[in-house]
Write a protein that binds this ligand. Structure first.
Ligand code: GLU
Length: 421
């Protein structure tokens, strides 16, 4: 009980702190308070309850959400997470962040997000399939290839996307690959989608080290989280000649100042990105964040760097691969310390960018090579990085506020042209 109250307060903070930054960003851009009133919350959020027969014969009712922030620019877009701590406030905040990511990368979408309160670690394959299909049946009225396009997020993967695509196609009675992205390649998935978030983070790191005059070869990197983003990123950093000195999962982390054997860790991790229980000498996730390093990448969950630990962070560059890992107070402390912080809505936008490429390929029925996808992704990420870096300098604001300004501008313009505000 106490725990759930605390969690709720934390996620309420995520939502209200996002609103605060949006308000400041719109003001800096010269927009009226009416524009803020429109953009401060999603236009639509659907709550659904999904009855599932479990393997033991019992029935359980799962609660899910789909939030659509704003569709002035185009259909809404964003992942679906399966997690025990999913809640309405968090899904709402995450859908706003998707709008910002699509604005930054200039994709023709608004932001959406979905989630189901469940613990996939404790569910069988059959139960997960039924839940995925049940969710699509429950939200089918408000989603579709030109309305709202889901994708993977925390604890959802290409298999879950395949079940969802199949369910949607059966409901609509025609093949609908463009309904969802992050699918397996044989079902219309894109080359490079699986690694896209980590590739995007890698490109941001490449730009950030140039700004800080650090050589990536030999640079010490710490990564919190070993899921889709964290694990591929560890590999890309290792391959680029950086020294990955610390990594962690939900239970704890491991540290070696000489560099960890990343390929061995990749072989050992399970599908939820856990490995640390196989090690005797581990450190906590809090200790991991404070390790002596050049580049710190929080790639796990929100609210990890707060006013309590921000001044203990030694990294010169922080690249946020997770959504919301650093609080606003911590952002201010880090900026004062001279840490270069690459905000989540920029650093983690590689995933949705390649999702957009997947959707374009589905719509035209013509598929691109991995090299083509990676070239196009690199261009989008570098342009977005430069745009935000320049905005931060010309307006004398931190990188997060600059990212919000770039991210919200196009949506405000589109809403204005449509005559909404
Ligand atoms: N869930 C990912 C994100 O938060 C990807 C969304 C997508 O591909 O649409 O950006």
């Amino acid at each position: 009980m106490v725990n759930s109250v605390i969690e709720e307060q934390e996620s309420l903070n995520l939502f209200s702190s996002t609103q605060k930054v949006i308000q400041i960003a719109l003001k800096k851009l010269g927009y009226s308070n009416e524009m803020y009133e429109l953009l401060k919350a999603p236009l639509r959020i659907l709550t659904v309850r999904i009855p599932i027969r479990m393997d033991d014969g019992s029935i359980r009712i799962f609660t899910g959400y789909r939030s659509q922030h704003n569709d002035a620019v185009g259909p809404t877009k964003g992942g679906v997470r399966f997690h025990p701590e999913v809640n309405e406030e968090e899904v709402k905040a995450l859908s706003i962040w998707m709008s910002l990511k699509c604005g930054i990368t200039n994709l023709p979408y608004g932001g959406g997000k979905g989630g189901i309160i469940c613990n996939p670690r404790e569910m069988s394959f059959r139960e997960l399939e039924n839940l995925s299909r049940g969710y699509v049946r429950a939200i089918s009225q408000i989603v579709g290839p030109t309305k709202d396009i889901p994708a993977p997020d925390v604890y959802t993967n290409s298999q879950i996307m395949a079940w969802m695509m199949d369910e949607y196609s059966q409901i609509r009675e025609f093949d609908s690959p463009g309904f969802i992205t992050g699918k397996p390649i044989v079902l219309g998935g894109s080359q490079g989608r699986e690694t896209a978030t980590a590739r995007g983070v890698t490109i941001c790191i490449g730009e950030a080290v140039k700004k800080k005059g650090i050589d990536l070869k030999g640079a010490r990197v710490v990564i919190q989280g070993f899921g889709n983003a964290g694990s591929y990123l560890a590999k890309f950093m290792h391959d680029a000649g950086a020294r990955v000195v610390g990594v962690s999962d939900v239970y704890g982390g491991i540290y070696d100042p000489n560099g960890l054997d990343i390929n061995n860790l990749l072989d050992r991790r399970d599908s939820f990105g856990t490995f640390s229980q196989q090690f005797q000498h581990t450190i906590t996730n809090e200790e991991l964040l404070e390790l002596d390093c050049d580049i710190l990448v929080p790639a796990a969950i929100s609210n990890q760097i707060t006013a309590k630990n921000a001044h203990k962070i030694k990294a010169k560059i922080i690249v946020e691969a997770a959504n919301g890992p650093t609080t606003i107070e911590a952002t201010n402390i880090l900026t004062e310390q001279g840490t270069l912080l690459i905000p989540d809505i920029l650093a983690s936008s590689g995933g949705v960018t390649v999702s957009y490429f997947e959707w374009v390929q589905n719509n035209q029925g013509y598929y691109w090579s991995e090299e083509e996808v990676e070239q196009k992704l690199a261009k989008v990420m570098i342009d977005s990085f430069d745009n935000i870096y320049e905005t931060a300098h010309s307006h004398k604001v931190d990188m997060r506020l600059a990212a919000y300004m770039v991210g919200i501008k196009r949506m405000a313009e589109a809403s204005h042209y449509r005559g909404w505000v």
